[in-house]
Design a protein around this ligand. Structure first.
Ligand code: SIN
Ligand code: CO
Length: 398
């Protein structure tokens, strides 16, 4: 029996089912609409971000933003990429435009707070929360995304048309700047209210159209391409190889044709790259943790030019100060390999698993979380402070 495509959340089951059922039946497989999944967004509650603040963010230098206007009469699309000038919103029509800002979770703690609803997924699998504000009729057209996405209605109502058929036609229009589908035949037509959530696996055609002005929160996943992973792994392995290790041919015989790459040359090339043999877990996980925490970094934290001593840091935290994750820092850890490692934006730091998990889990760490932890943790924290991935904030944790 095909699993239901529309369910209603309950207080105990925010996805309308246990997370394990969702992952088994829907994740990367088929769309799902969950009515009332995010109760704090249902009408009458304060929004995690107001439309005006979103517009302000779209004008900041660091923001990845787009303003998309649809000219319905000609079906033309106008795309303006941010950072947007403050007057970008002057003279916009009453309807048919959308403002989209990526990475809003990095800059807004309340928006980042929505991520707690997705704690059943590995955090490093989540890319960002994009927030869009759409005027009535606002849309970005019918398209597919390469990544899984959870579309959450935050304010206003929005109509979502979805094609859940097995082999949709994915041919793209070539007359517009946006990647839009040439053909789109919806199998489902839903109106989402605030608090409703629509999950879409990669490659499912969809088209959202605002019925009234509203906000949509898109929790997007990260899925590096196999090509990206391979290039990064090759670079990682190459770093460990000394310049002195080279292609050698002490057994060279006179060339029958000086331009030929013969089978002996190929065998020597193969022998020069033993890393194409299966890799042990220890090297693979050291690379993967670095790669996943560095992948698609939108920017870097500023490193400190002074060296923090572990005991000095401990004293600072005893005085009530706390350490906050930098918004651009990505944290992960692993106990695989020959020693447990904490990964932060490509850094791989030896750290016992319990403490590595603690540092990842708390986006703010104070003495209340760190008291009684093994001494080794302070050197790791000091290193992260010097790298800018943790930064001190005032607290009352003394
Ligand atoms: C939007 O928020 O307007 C678009 C989100 C999407 O279709 O992926
Ligand atoms: Co989309």
């Amino acid at each position: 029996m095909t699993p239901a495509i529309e369910v209603t959340a309950t207080a105990d089951l925010p996805l309308g089912m246990p997370a394990s059922d969702f992952l088994r039946d829907y994740w990367q497989k088929r769309p799902l609409l969950v009515r009332g999944a995010i109760p704090e967004l249902t009408a009458g509650q304060p929004l995690p971000i107001e439309p005006d603040d979103l517009a302000g963010l779209a004008c900041e230098d660091f923001a990845l933003s787009r303003l998309i206007v649809h000219h319905a009469a000609s079906d033309g699309w106008q795309v303006r990429t941010g950072p947007l000038p403050e007057d970008a919103f002057d003279g916009l029509p009453e309807r048919d435009w959308t403002l989209l800002v990526q990475d809003v979770d990095r800059w807004d703690r309340d928006v980042a707070g929505l991520l707690r609803h997705f704690a059943f997924l590995p955090r490093w699998r989540i890319d960002d929360i994009m927030v869009s504000f759409a005027s009535p009729g606002g849309s970005v057209g019918a398209h597919v995304d390469q990544y899984d996405v959870f579309l959450i209605q935050g304010m206003g109502t929005r109509r979502w048309l979805v094609d859940s058929s097995d082999a949709p036609d994915l041919a793209m229009r070539d007359d517009v700047e946006l990647k839009l589908l040439r053909q789109f035949n919806a199998t489902h037509d839903w109106t989402l209210q605030p608090g409703d959530l629509l999950y879409l696996p990669p490659g499912v055609p969809h088209h959202g159209i605002a019925i009234e002005a509203g906000l949509t929160f898109s929790v997007g996943m990260r899925a590096p391409s196999r090509a990206e992973m391979l290039v990064d792994l090759a670079e990682h392995l190459a770093e460990a190889l000394p310049e002195s290790q080279r292609y050698t041919d002490p057994d060279l015989a006179p060339a029958s044709d000086p331009f030929e790459i013969d089978s002996s040359a190929l065998s020597r090339a193969r022998a020069a790259m033993p890393t194409i043999a299966p890799l042990p877990d220890a090297s693979l996980v050291r690379w993967l943790g670095g790669f996943l925490t560095r992948y698609r970094s939108a920017g870097e934290a500023a490193a400190s030019d002074v060296v923090t001593r572990p005991e000095q840091l401990k004293a600072t935290l005893h005085n009530g100060c706390r350490l906050s994750h930098h918004p651009l820092a990505r944290f992960a850890w692993s106990g695989l390999g020959d020693e447990p490692l904490l990964f932060v934006n490509g850094l791989a730091l030896p750290c016992p698993t319990t403490q590595a998990a603690l540092i990842c889990r708390h986006s703010e760490l104070g003495i209340s979380e760190l008291a009684g932890q093994p001494e080794i943790i302070w050197a790791t924290l000091a290193r992260l402070v010097d790298s800018g991935y943790l930064f001190p904030v005032e607290g009352n944790d003394a």
